[in-house]
Design a binder for this molecule. Structure first.
Ligand SMILES: [Zn+2]
Length: 288
């Protein structure tokens, strides 16, 4: 049995994954902003009640994670340069693989999900921001200092809206779930999709504009990497075909968004909210 830990802004999830990569159970604990020491205590408490012995532990979290050094910066948790891995390993008494949560989600899809064994994959996580992860030539691509794959801060609008990163015109200002909600005057994204489906012309128009913004980013990464597949994950991917079908239509060869070549293969992630814990456990299992 392997344990996969997914640290979020408000809670931590600990999933138990068997040798075949199947999730057999999951436990959650509310955390909020928490110190790494308190997080280690919470996780230790859950693992002590594990149904069977744990032979490896993986942990994923949002933020800048360096899997080589185990150092993490996670603004939403108030962590700056925290030695997460060494604190966890000391408290849990065994090696812990740590990684970024989007890398974890991609790893889950690549091992047991929608892009199983593909050579080249771009994963785009659509949430409050936009996260990214790449498998290139069958391996993770992380960039210098493990800072690569920041698809959300790719510039899709020259000199556009200011972004939290300090830049302007970043993809996540236009293509994230938060951007869709903003376009719709603050309406929850689920409501945008349901109203559009019910025939609300204004919401349908907003969705069309949003799809176009998303396709600009998708088309850009597609022409750079020519991946076998682009996988859409994150909370917004729960919208399913209501999200995917208009994207496929806009990216079709008749669309002006992509000037030439075959449209990219775009698919929805399969593992949903459990992608992080599954990916974390699989990384620990495979010694990634
Ligand atoms: Zn930015």
């Amino acid at each position: 049995m392997y344990a996969g830990i997914d640290v979020g802004g408000t809670s931590v999830k600990v999933g138990f994954v068997d040798e075949k990569g199947k999730l057999t159970g999951i436990k959650r604990a509310a955390t909020g902003r928490i110190t790494v020491e308190a997080l280690a205590d919470t996780v230790a408490g859950i693992l002590e009640k594990s149904p069977s012995p744990v032979s490896g532990i993986g942990l994923v979290t949002a933020g800048r994670v360096n899997p080589a050094t185990g150092i993490v910066d996670a603004g939403n948790l108030g962590w700056w340069q925290v030695p997460l891995r060494s604190v966890m390993e000391r408290r849990l008494g065994m090696p812990v693989h740590i990684d970024n949560d989007v890398q974890g989600a991609l790893y889950a899809e690549w091992k047991t999900g929608i892009c199983k064994d593909a050579e080249n994959v771009v994963y785009i996580s659509l949430g409050t921001g936009i996260g990214g992860a790449f498998i290139l030539n069958g391996r993770f691509y992380r960039g210098r200092g493990h800072d690569g794959a920041e698809i959300g801060h790719m510039i899709t609008h020259a000199d556009g809206e200011p972004c939290a990163c300090g830049g302007r015109g970043c993809f996540e200002r236009y293509g994230s779930a938060a951007a869709l909600s903003r376009m719709a005057g603050g309406v929850n994204t689920r409501v945008v999709f349901s109203r559009a489906a019910e025939g609300d012309a204004a919401m349908a128009g907003i969705l069309k504009r949003y799809t176009h913004e998303l396709c600009i980013g998708i088309a850009s990464v597609s022409v750079i990497f020519r991946p076998d597949m682009i996988v859409l994950g994150g909370g917004l991917s729960n919208a399913g075909n209501a999200l995917l079908d208009p994207i496929a239509q806009e990216l079709s060869t008749a669309s002006p968004t992509i000037p030439r070549g075959k449209p990219p293969v775009v698919r929805l992630a399969r593992h949903g909210n459990e992608a992080g814990v599954i990916g974390a456990a699989l990384m620990a299992m495979d010694g990634v």
